[in-house]
Design a binder for this molecule. Structure first.
Ligand SMILES: Nc1ncnc2c1ncn2[C@@H]1O[C@H](COP(=O)(O)OP(=O)(O)O)[C@@H](O)[C@H]1O
Ligand SMILES: [Mg+2]
Length: 297
C-alpha cells in the first residue's frame, strides 16, 4: 500500500537515511530506534512534510508528493511535538482543525463527540486543555489525527511523557484503532510496541536493520541469552567478557542477563530472548554520541 523506494535523506553532508526500501501493508508497524536514528525524518517524509534527497514514496502506486489533497485525505498524523492552544477545550480544538480539514458542520457534530468518546475524553471535552495530563493531551492528539478516519495513521513518539498507566491505556486504544487501518508508530521504548506491533522496523546507521515480526527478530538471539549470579568483585571482569543486557541485585550478588555465543558454564541459565534483548544488542555500540538507548523506562 505504502512503498518507500530507495529513499535517502541528507542534511548537508550528514546522511540520516541511506537508500532505504520499505513496504507497509496492513497492521501495526513499530518504528523502534534510539533517539537520533532518523525516525522523525522518515515519518516527516511519509507525511510529505520533508522531501527525500533521492528516491520515491508511493501510495497505491502513486507518488505521495503529487497526490496533494488526496493523500492528506488518507493519512492521520500525530507529530512528535504537537501544538495546541492551552486555553481551548478539546471540543473547540477539534472543531477548529475539522474546519481546516474541510469537514462540514453536520459531519463535525457527529464525528467530534464520537472521537472524544473513543479516546475517553467525553467527560472533559469542554474543559481547557491547560489542566490536562500528558496522557490526556496525547489522546486529544490521537483524536485530531483520526478526524478524517484515515487509512494510514502515523504517530511519532506518541507515548513520550506518559506515565506507565497512561502507556497501557494508550496501547489498548491503538490496538483498537488498528483493526481496520495501517498504523505506523515510532518510539525508542521497546515496551511501547512489544505487545501491539505486527512488525518491528529498526533503523541503524541510516539503514533498515530489521523489518520483521518480533518472533523472527528474537530468534536471531536464540540460545545466546543467559542469566547468572556474579559475585560483586567479579562483575567488572564479567562485563568485559560478555555483553550485559540487564543487572539486578539479589541476595548480595548481581544477577546479570547477558549475551554469549554458547553456554560455557553450568551455572548459566539459558533464557528466552526478548525484543528488549535484541534492541540492546543492536544498539550496544551507540551508548554515546548522538544515539542513546534509554534504559530508564
Ligand atoms: N533539520 C535538520 N537539520 C540538520 N540535521 C537534522 C535536522 N533534523 C534532524 N537532523 C539530524 O538527523 C538525525 C535524525 O534525527 P531524527 O529524525 O529527529 O531522529 P529520531 O526521530 O529518531 O530521534 C539526527 O542526527 C538529527 O540531529
Ligand atoms: Mg523523533
Amino acid at each position: 500500500m505504502l512503498t518507500i523506494n530507495d529513499v535517502s535523506k541528507k542534511y548537508g553532508s550528514h546522511t540520516v537515511l541511506n537508500e532505504i526500501d520499505l513496504e507497509f501493508t496492513h497492521g501495526v508497524y513499530g518504528l523502534l530506534a534510539p533517539n537520533g536514528a532518523g525516525k522523525t525524518t522518515l515519518i516527516k517524509m511519509l507525511t510529505t512534510l520533508l522531501y527525500p534527497s533521492s528516491g520515491a514514496i508511493l501510495y497505491k502506486g502513486q507518488d505521495i508528493y503529487s497526490m496533494g489533497e488526496h493523500y492528506r485525505d488518507v493519512i492521520g498524523y500525530l507529530p512528535q511535538q504537537f501544538g495546541f492552544y492551552k486555553n481551548n477545550s478539546p471540543y473547540q480544538y477539534l472543531h477548529y482543525l475539522a474546519a481546516l480539514k474541510g469537514l462540514k458542520k453536520k459531519e463535525m457534530d457527529q464525528k467530534i463527540p464520537e472521537l472524544l468518546k473513543l479516546v475517553a475524553l467525553e467527560d472533559v471535552m469542554k474543559k481547557k486543555m491547560r489542566t490536562f495530563s500528558g496522557g490526556m493531551i496525547q489522546r486529544v492528539g490521537i483524536a485530531q489525527a483520526m478526524l478524517n478516519d484515515p487509512q494510514l495513521l502515523i504517530l511519532d513518539e506518541p507515548t513520550a511523557g506518559l506515565d506507565p498507566k497512561e502507556r497501557v491505556r494508550f496501547r489498548n486504544l491503538l490496538s483498537e484503532l488498528a483493526r481496520n487501518r495501517t498504523v505506523i508508530l515510532s518510539t525508542h521504548i521497546v515496551s511501547d510496541v512489544e505487545s501491539i506491533a505486527n512488525e518491528i522496523i529498526m533503523i541503524k546507521n541510516g539503514e533498515i536493520r530489521y523489518k520483521d515480526s518480533i518472533a523472527n527478530i528474537c530468534s536471531e538471539l536464540e540460545g545466546k541469552v543467559f542469566e547468572t549470579e556474579v559475585a560483586f568483585p567479579d562483575v567488572d571482569q564479567f562485563r568485559q567478557h560478555y555483553l550485559s543486557l540487564s543487572e539486578r541485585q539479589d541476595n548480595g550478588a548481581m544477577v546479570i542477563r547477558f549475551i554469549a555465543e554458547k553456554n560455557a558454564d553450568l551455572n548459566w541459565l539459558q533464557v528466552r530472548p526478548t525484543l528488549e534483548d535484541a534492541f540492546l544488542y543492536q544498539y550496544q555500540d551507540v551508548g554515546s554520541g548522538h544515539y542513546y538507548a534509554d534504559r530508564s523506562v
